[in-house]
Design a protein. Structure first.
Length: 290
């Protein structure tokens, strides 16, 4: 992964530090990704381990491997880590998997974390939203705003490139960790999200990562597993296609496909927008005189 060091602007990082100092004490929603890791590191720097605590949400929507990486990183940072269970997969609004799914997820998350914050006597709850999030469909962020959750990195104007650059300069070991979204993001809108589907996706992605490939999404299309990786990694998948196909079929899929367009974030959102535009066009075309 190539990071543009010039994207790291010291004034943005100092602004984030100042915002965190103003919080006084904070419970950081921590996932082990680079965004929440930088936020936690800055909170520990500015507030200390007694006034900056990490909380990790354990859910069927996140693989155990990701959870363990988060635990290890919190220990490396010297942070106190509290673990809670969230049950978003049991919520009808989440399971039905419409474009507002992330809102229901964050409602469950922040609703679960708020009592933890109060119990620990911390003044604020914060999470690692970024300036890039403001430019995409992020209904979960609406939940954060509604509940008064703080997001110092976004408030300081830091996007992904700036965050990775700052994380690298501060020596965070996961500064170049590939972006990771919850497993439900692999399920097309309108297809119900179930624990069984999430476990199939988790097992299929683990099979791809076992080949040494870091950035991967396995998109769920019923009996079809559609694999997205960086174009440079496609040759490796094709070399191991027999072993890989067998492993993904063991995960519960009948067919295995490689997406020749490669990995891209926001695929579900883009598909949803195209479908919505097409529906709008059809409705408009039929709205004239009879």
């Amino acid at each position: 992964m190539i990071i543009d060091i010039d994207r790291h602007r010291p004034e943005q990082l100092e602004k984030a530090r100042e915002l965190i100092r103003q919080l006084g004490s904070v419970l950081v929603a921590f996932s082990g990704g680079v965004d929440s890791s930088l936020l936690l590191r800055l909170a520990l720097d500015e507030l200390g381990a007694e006034r900056a605590v990490a909380v990790l949400a354990v859910s069927p929507a996140y693989p155990e491997s990701e959870l363990q990486e988060a635990r290890d990183l919190a220990r490396w940072l010297g942070a106190r880590l509290v673990e809670v269970e969230t049950h978003e997969v049991e919520l009808e609004g989440y399971r039905r998997n419409l474009p507002d799914r992330c809102f229901h997820c964050k409602e469950e998350l922040f609703g679960t974390l708020e009592p933890v914050r109060r119990r620990l006597g911390l003044a604020h709850l914060a999470y690692g939203a970024t300036a890039d999030d403001a430019r995409d469909h992020r209904p979960g962020h609406g939940s954060a705003v509604r509940r008064g959750v703080r997001f110092p990195l976004l408030e300081a104007g830091m996007g992904k490139a700036e965050i990775r650059s700052a994380a690298r300069q501060l020596g965070l070991p996961n500064w170049d960790k590939p972006s990771f979204a919850c497993l439900s993001s692999r399920v097309p809108y309108g297809t119900e999200v179930t624990p069984e589907i999430l476990r199939r996706i988790e097992a299929a992605e683990a099979a791809v990562r076992a080949l040494g490939i870091r950035q991967v999404r396995v998109r769920h299309h019923g009996e079809v597993a559609r694999i997205e990786v960086e174009p440079a990694d496609m040759g490796r998948l094709l070399e191991e296609r027999g072993r890989l196909s067998e492993a993904i079929r063991r995960a519960g899929y009948t067919f295995v496909a490689l997406d020749l367009d490669g990995y891209a974030t926001g695929r579900l959102n883009a598909t949803w927008r195209r479908s919505a535009a097409a529906r709008s066009g059809r409705e408009g075309a039929g709205a004239g005189p009879a």
